[in-house]
Design a protein around this ligand. Structure first.
Ligand SMILES: *[C@@H]1O[C@H](CO)[C@@H](O)[C@H](O)[C@H]1NC(C)=O
Ligand SMILES: *[C@@H]1O[C@H](CO)[C@@H](O)[C@H](O)[C@H]1NC(C)=O
Length: 121
């Protein structure tokens, strides 16, 4: 989904810049081949342009979130069954306190620090 967001955002920027849809007061200048810069008339125009770009990006992000949730719901509905009824989820259960104690007693870790190793050699 991140790749799709990035790709569609770059396409949107490309369409906006090269089809003359840039914010009012700003224009695209070509410095050299493949080197373009966006110039705005004043401070206010510059800030408005960056605010519009931020808003555009937020709208696109929201759109992608809605789209991915829709896709997820469609896919999970098609693959069938809720999580509770699936066999994988049913075979797991939370560990109890007594089992946790048992597990801690059976564990026997010894940590040798690197300093001790150095002294031995
Ligand atoms: C584009 O041109 C400007 C001005 O000549 C230069 O400072 C900048 O480094 C150039 N950018 C690239 C990516 O070549
Ligand atoms: C942990 O290891 C030590 C040293 O080998 C041993 O004396 C001790 O009984 C062990 N403890 C458990 C709980 O296995």
């Amino acid at each position: 989904m991140g790749f799709i967001l990035q790709g569609t955002w770059i396409i949107q920027i490309g369409l906006a810049l090269f089809s003359g849809w840039v914010a009012q007061g700003c224009s695209l200048h070509q410095l050299s081949r493949g080197n373009y810069t966006l110039r705005c008339k004043g401070h206010m125009d510059y800030h408005r342009a960056s605010a519009i770009a931020t808003l555009q990006f937020n709208c696109q992000l929201a759109f992608m979130v809605v789209l991915s949730v829709d896709a997820y719901s469609v896919i999970s509905a098609r693959s069938g069954g809720s999580l509770e009824s699936s066999s994988a989820a049913a075979s797991y259960r939370p560990i109890g306190f007594a089992e946790m104690q048992q597990l801690e007693n059976s564990m026997n870790f010894t940590l040798d620090s690197n300093d001790d190793d150095g002294e031995e050699r």
